[in-house]
Design a protein around this ligand. Sequence first.
Ligand code: UD1
Length: 422
Amino acid sequence: MDSIIVTGGNALNGTIPIAGAKNACLTLMPATLLSEEPLTLTNAPRLSDIKTMQLLLESLGSEVTALNDGKVLALSSGTITNHVADYDIVRKMRASILVLGPMLAREGHAVVSLPGGCAIGARPVDLHLKALEALGAELELRDGYVHATARSGLKGGRITFPMVSVGATENALMAATLARGTTVIENAACEPEITDLAHCLQRMGAQIEGEGTPTITIQGVDRLSGATHPVVTDRIELGTYMLAPAITGGEVTLEGGRLELVSAFAEKLDEAGIAVETVENGLKVSRRNGPARAVDVRTAPFPGFPTDLQAQMMALLCTADGVSVLEETIFENRFMHAPELIRMGAQIDVQGGVARVTGVERLRGAQVMATDLRASVSLILAGLAAEGETQVNRVYHLDRGYERVEEKLAACGAAIRRVAGE
Ligand code: UD1
């Protein structure tokens, strides 16, 4: 398995291009199942999770062609030839559950394995299933698979989520586009990836109102057409690279970055003494005067501070001046990076969903282990500022969500390289 080796101490200066959003692309791709006509996604990120979704869709009979070095995905689902999303693919990636809603809506039946994914908590799919039941689906859980049927098609209904779920909102939204009548989704997720999905579905002919707000109304249509849609910018990749100069010092422009995608996060950076500025081609981030200041962070659904940036923010706060309190409210087991950061000399005390970080002057390089996608990159960020060499092992998680991380950071002056493992 590959490792990444970082030698800390270099200030970063330069430009980093931000790719299309992994999490948006992973919900846009299954939207192909809603229509017989082709769907083309531009600005797609080149990541192993995208390949996994491609394999899953191909196993169902879709054709997926990566063009322009993978930046364009041409998807076509003229006929769905297999209605079973197999455990062997689904276990690799939780987002696989997103084929359930569209396949059921178009075909009236679908069988999907219960997912695996990052080990960051229990992460059940009950909300996805309840939403589909509210649209008239009959569901049965057998042998680790969800068997879903809607013999005379899905019917519009009222879905009230007891808690905000990005994936369940996406599944419900896609399914409702082809359901008969009106569907109202209450307490819907407001993430930019949901808005992006709604915009793509609208281009395909879906009747959707209220995307980006907690109440989404969908008027079902008989069929959807093809479309071409650009994937929204990856706000998590953006936030991750905004933290690089914040940690090392220097000045980096994030090409394609927009403040409205990361406003709660940018406010925290500002509080920590990091300058964030909108420039012509994106966002510019710099830290010139001394270490960052400690700040308290509480993760929350959008527009709150994203859970997917909590690990990376912790890497910054490890060397900030003072004591920071990070509260994780979305996932119950999402501090697995803390013990690894402690190996690098950080002072972190985790009690349940709260981590207290006492800033130290310097981290020291160490051998550390990547435990999930965002944790992996937080260790790389920590390594950029640490004294000596940090070796991050098991980086396959990283490749699921970050395109060419070592190239992007090296282009700004980081001493970083990938070492191939056996
Ligand atoms: C998506 C993102 C992930 C991000 C998360 C929260 C994708 C591919 N992944 O994951 O990167 O960290 O949003 O912003 O877009 N829950 C239930 N029952 C369900 C579904 C969810 O209890 O049926 C719980 C989860 O365990 C979690 C919370 O709801 O505690 C939020 O999860 P959710 O928003 O669904 O996350 P994902 O869509 O899986």
